[in-house]
Design a protein around this ligand. Sequence first.
Ligand SMILES: [Ca+2]
Ligand SMILES: [Ca+2]
Ligand SMILES: [Ca+2]
Length: 373
Amino acid sequence: MKKHFVKIIGLSVLSLAILTGCAGSGAKTPATPVPDPTPSVDAKTLSAVKATEAPAVDGKSSEAFWASAPEMKLTLSNAGALQGGTGGKFENGSTEVTMKAAYDAENIYMLYQYKDATESKSRGPWVLEGGKLVKKPYKTDYEDKLAINWNINNTTKDFNEAGCTVTCHTATDKEGKPVMKHWTNTEGEVLDMWHWKYVRQNSLYGPDKPGLMHDQFMDSVRYDPADEKTKGAGRHADPGEKEYVDNVTDDKSAPKLVFDGPPLNGNPYVIVEGLDKTKPFTADYIKTMKEGDIIPGPIAKQITGDPADIKAKGVWANGVWTIEISRKLKTTSDKDVQFDDLAKSYSFAVAAFDNSQIGHAYENLVHKLVFKQ
Ligand SMILES: [Ca+2]
Ligand SMILES: [Ca+2]
Ligand SMILES: [Ca+2]
């Protein structure tokens, strides 16, 4: 009885955090968390089936095992309310995600499908406007993204009941404006964060080859407005190479590179180093452009190692994203969830970003992945 009581108190505190934290300040209308109507096992649990073939990670659900894998649906909402409504649009700030999972002796595979009316494939591009090159702001020109967080070794307290809510904090930036940041509450609490980024990583090896889902983690580093190094608070890329640089000169007045020929990666809004042919940007290049022409905002890197553990490919068609991913069941990094006991369940939570750097659609829920034997 006592234990039950403590749990209720604990969850009430979490509910309060939901109201006052992530969806709270900065939002014009604080979002009211929707009570979870006694969820069935199926709504909360994703069963990974055995993959009968190694899938092509191509963003198409053409493999036979995907047709028979059970689906789990989850609703992400409140996208417009975050960070003063600066992004995470979707229709009414909400989208429904259908998920499937499969595995073989080596890998886990996942399939996500969700509605997004816009294929947001530019990220701060340079655009010729009125004869001048203008760097578009992230507020209006950003990529689509998807994130999934896993509780590494169940280190993060209350994540398995409440999901990312426990990591969401309201802080104040240098100008005194409220900002929302993620970090875990205690040292040693670590989440594995898989972050798919359409522009920067989907076409890294060409239009028809798998790209990456950026492999990151979240720890307890707190946001301190006086310390620029804590801008990302608890969010970090897995140790290794940085996945991109901005295509700007040091004084930020012009692009650094332009394509020399067609964009071989398939997306004209990103230059992939080592794949696309490029030449330095010069003022003369503008004479070859016409009004509305663009120069990519980011230069993406074909990274390897710890931050490159997850293969992914997203394809947008008719207002729906289909994203297929693959990761080894086990890696050697302590920044990664290890699916090393297939009899266990693994808690995760999902968020989606529509043309948005920070604001995202999310849920105040957590789900469990189990492996069907
Ligand atoms: Ca979009
Ligand atoms: Ca990793
Ligand atoms: Ca990781």
